[in-house]
Design a protein around this ligand. Structure first.
Ligand code: DGJ
Length: 690
């Protein structure tokens, strides 16, 4: 076959491949803006990235494929097994190395939202075991991608952006935590000089996997730069017997010509198009954790449920503490039977009460974990995920169960099934409160957990599941194939939450981000904030509350404001959970603005939060200032109104009576909306109607 050049296109994105002929694998010439028809059949192959770059292809970076057969065949030379299958939006490549006994099938798909989805499947066709060391999905990025951006974080402070120069060498973000991690990369992005929320070209990759994984951005002097990632495999973790296969996680690639907002838009549209995306209005949640912790008492919880129903809550979630021996976090994990000492009549009376109030009932589990002080551990110490005879160190007094052990799997499936069906549970908060250490195989564990979730969903199609992992340590598109929401962070401090939600929102749309209003004094940071700030923050997610509503500092007055806010959330959630997310580039580093614009541009909500005081050593005008609001239709005119906050009422002075004026989208984006600068730790919500 002679050289063939072909471009996959969708939604303004192009992926141009050259099939060099002579049995050689395709090379990727271009990934980015659609180059249009008529890409000349030039010698692009020389400056393109092989589909699976390895040493044989002249690639000096981390090989896309590595492994060995008993110390031999570490370097594989793949040749096409059949013609490359190319359509307008897909490429399927089947290749093999006869001598090494390895075959690989690669699928590259450009979705209608312009996101590239890639995965490889490797089969051992030779005699004996082939050990997979790594199999990565990579795409080329051009030489004007000179800056990089990814996330780090820690417990209760997830998704902190870090920025740097994308120079020569390998930028590798490895995760060996056995779960996605509080410090997960989320997306590894590279972009043109100074790319921002609204400007510049950006190329981003996300590995959809909840076990160990890696994201890489590599620039070698003699090749095009490559972006991507895959699962991180420990030595000997995947040993394929003859005929066995290993499949990589799906790696997602998004390109934007309009800054990070373009990445948000593509990823959100892709996620919303999934068959399993939650399509019912996202119910207002009351979670009991920070309201009562382990102090479970039927009468108290009924009173809490009554108050919750009064303010408009639609889903009541009973958190940790309901099962045998769980009077504190040192015992009980694994004993998934209702604790008879605390709940002499079982959970039925509470569930009935909650359902009777018209609310859904949710229950907390941490299925993958076990406390040494539990009946389960005493009966089955061998179910722990560990090397023979060597327990890993405890963390939060717990070990990890080997869910790939068929007996452990069957036990979990049976217990959860029994509780869900007998109680009529509508929702599970599925927690995972520790990293996995010294595991025999995180790979097998991750697949087993996915399978358990899949099987439960198959048994209970209406059951919703939240992915929680000591807050936001399991936020990825692998777990979201089986779950309906993430617990974004354990902190309910709105000051920290503004950033956490903003950056988690780079991947996930707001309806998947659990966001709760906590108490006046936040439990984790001890910071005192006003209720408007807390409510305005939680409004831009899947909203709820997590505090003892029966004992609010502000009593009835606070309940009144919460009721107003719940009504606002219910009235606006159709927009909040379907619109395009817009994040303006702000001159003031101490302010955060979240925007959501309907797809027909007729309706929008923006929140403006002042986190700290505007720095005095900047040329920023403190008060009044102009808030430039991009992302609206330039030619439409909008009525603007403050629909919530700021704190203290009477708030926005008459001189700013916004409702009297009309602004065009163009004027809002260029001149900006005149607003008084808010006090630190305050927020307001603007509604714009065309
Ligand atoms: C960690 C979670 O993130 C919290 O919300 C809570 O469910 C606790 N675990 C319970 O142990």
């Amino acid at each position: 076959m002679v050289q063939q050049i072909h471009t996959l296109t969708a939604d303004g994105v192009g992926l141009t491949v050259v099939v060099p002929g002579g049995g050689r694998l395709p090379r990727i010439v271009h990934w980015g803006a659609d180059p249009g028809p008529g890409v000349p059949d030039a010698a692009y192959g020389l400056s393109a990235l092989p589909l699976l770059p390895v040493q044989h292809e002249g690639w000096a970076g981390r090989p896309a494929l590595s492994g060995d057969r008993d110390g031999r065949w570490q370097h594989v030379r793949l040749r096409l097994s059949e013609d490359v299958v190319l359509t307008d939006t897909t490429m399927v490549v089947r290749a093999h190395d006869e001598e090494a006994g390895v075959a690989v099938e690669s699928t590259v798909e450009l979705t209608p939202q312009g996101v590239v989805r890639m995965r490889h499947t490797l089969t051992n066709n030779g005699p004996g075991v082939w050990s997979v060391a790594g199999l990565r999905c990579l795409l080329p990025v051009p030489d004007n991608a000179v800056e990089k951006l990814d996330m780090t974080g820690r417990w209760s402070l997830e998704r902190a952006p870090q920025r740097g120069v994308f120079g020569f060498g390998s930028h590798v973000r490895e995760n060996r935590r056995g779960r996605t991690g509080h410090d997960s990369t989320l997306l590894l992005s590279v972009g043109t000089q100074g790319f921002s929320h609204r400007a510049g070209q950006v190329w981003s990759a996300h590995v959809g996997w909840s076990g160990n994984h890696e994201h890489t951005a590599e620039r070698m002097p003699d090749s095009v730069a490559a972006l991507g990632g895959g699962e991180l495999l420990e030595p000997g973790e995947v040993r394929l017997a003859p005929g066995e296969t290993y499949r990589t996680p799906t790696v997602y690639f998004a390109h934007s010509g309009e800054g990070l907002d373009g990445i948000r838009d593509r990823m959100h549209r892709l996620i919303r198009a999934r068959a399993n995306h939650p399509r019912t209005p996202r119910p207002v949640v009351l979670n009991t954790w920070e309201a009562v912790y382990f102090q479970h008492d039927l009468e108290k919880l009924k009173e809490l449920a009554d108050t919750a129903a009064r303010v408009g809550v639609e889903r009541f979630v009973l958190d940790d503490g309901w099962f045998r021996h769980r009077r504190h976090d040192r015992a009980g994990l694994g004993d998934w039977f209702v604790d008879e000492t605390v709940w002499p009549n079982g959970l039925e009376p509470l569930v009935k009460h909650v359902h009777g109030l018209g609310m859904q009932f949710g229950l907390w589990f941490e299925p993958e974990m076990v406390n040494p002080d539990s009946d389960l551990f005493r009966a089955h110490p061998d179910w722990v995920l560990a090397m023979p005879g060597r327990l890993p160190a405890e963390f939060r007094n717990q070990h990890v169960l080997d869910v790939s052990n068929p007996d452990a799997y069957a036990y979990l499936l049976a217990r959860i099934t029994e509780l869900v069906s007998s109680l009529g549970i509508d929702y599970i908060k599925w927690d995972h409160n520790r990293d996995i250490h010294e595991a025999t195989s995180v790979h097998r564990q991750t697949l087993a957990v996915y399978e358990l979730l899949r099987e439960l969903k198959a048994r209970f199609p209406a059951l919703e599941i939240e992915s929680c992992s000591s807050g936001g340590a399991r936020v990825d598109l692998g777990i979201l194939e089986h779950t309906d929401r993430v617990w974004t962070s354990d902190t309910n401090d709105p000051i920290d939450r503004q950033q956490i939600q903003l950056w988690t929102g780079l991947l996930l749309p707001p309806e998947l981000l659990g966001a709760h209003v906590g108490p006046t004094r936040t439990h984790i940071t001890k910071r005192v904030t006003n209720l408007h700030m807390r409510c305005a923050t939680a409004l831009f997610g899947h909203a709820g509350m997590e505090t003892d509503l029966t004992e609010l500092d502000g009593g009835e007055e606070e309940l009144g404001l919460l009721t107003e806010w719940v009504a606002l959330y219910k009235a606006k959630r159709a927009l909040l959970h379907s619109g395009r997310v817009v994040v303006p580039d702000l001159a003031d580093p101490s302010a955060v603005v979240h925007g959501i614009v309907s797809h027909d541009s007729t309706h929008a909500l923006f929140s403006y939060a002042q986190i700290t005081s505007t720095p005095a050593n900047t040329p920023l005008r403190p008060d009044p200032f102009r808030l430039r609001l991009p992302g609206l239709d330039p030619d439409r005119s909008y009525r603007v109104e403050v629909v919530f906050g700021p704190h203290g009422g009477g708030h926005v002075p008459a001189a700013f009576d916004l409702a009297d004026a009309r602004w065009t989208g163009r004027a809002l984006a260029t001149i900006g909306l005149p607003l008084p600068r808010l006090n630190p730790a305050d927020a307001l919500v603007l509604e714009l109607v065309a």
